[in-house]
Design a binder for this molecule. Structure first.
Ligand SMILES: [Zn+2]
Ligand SMILES: [Zn+2]
Length: 145
């Protein structure tokens, strides 16, 4: 997935497949966000964002946008699939130069380990190290599958 200058090509989309995208990103900029908006909107203890320059982002489909003022004080637009509800990306301000893709929809997500984390004061302390949490075995494959 390498392109020029250490940037990589990625692609992904929502759960139901109505929305897809492609982007070129710098993997060194992948960042965890522990802000309370990310916790509430994602339903998860933290969110992982992949910053993409707008001109290096190609979207297919018609997602919906929810607008609010973020913890940072900026106007934030959060974009998601209206059919399956999957989070897609956010952007700041009226003419954003970046979108912040949600890592969970990116196909190459296993290779995009975050290099930074922000809003650590609102981090869930128990989410910072889950290695000792009891692992339950994966369910056996269904006979119908
Ligand atoms: Zn969808
Ligand atoms: Zn956040």
């Amino acid at each position: 997935m390498k392109t020029r200058g250490g940037d990589v090509k990625i692609d992904g989309g929502c759960h139901c497949g109505e929305i897809t995208y492609e982007a070129e990103i710098n993997p060194d900029n992948v960042i965890i966000c522990h802000c309370t908006d990310c916790q509430t909107i994602s339903g998860a203890p933290y969110r992982v964002n992949v910053p993409v320059l707008v001109e290096r982002f190609r979207l297919s489909g018609a997602p919906r946008t929810y607008r609010k003022t973020g913890d940072s004080g900026d106007a934030v637009a959060t974009t998601f699939c209206a059919t399956c509800g999957a989070a897609l990306y956010s952007s700041k301000g009226e003419t954003p130069s970046f979108v912040f893709l949600r890592l969970g929809g990116v196909k190459q997500r296993a290779q995009l380990a975050p290099k930074k984390q922000g809003f650590c004061r609102s981090a869930m302390p128990w989410a910072l190290d889950i290695r000792d949490v009891l692992e339950i075995p994966a369910p056996a494959p269904s006979k119908d599958a």
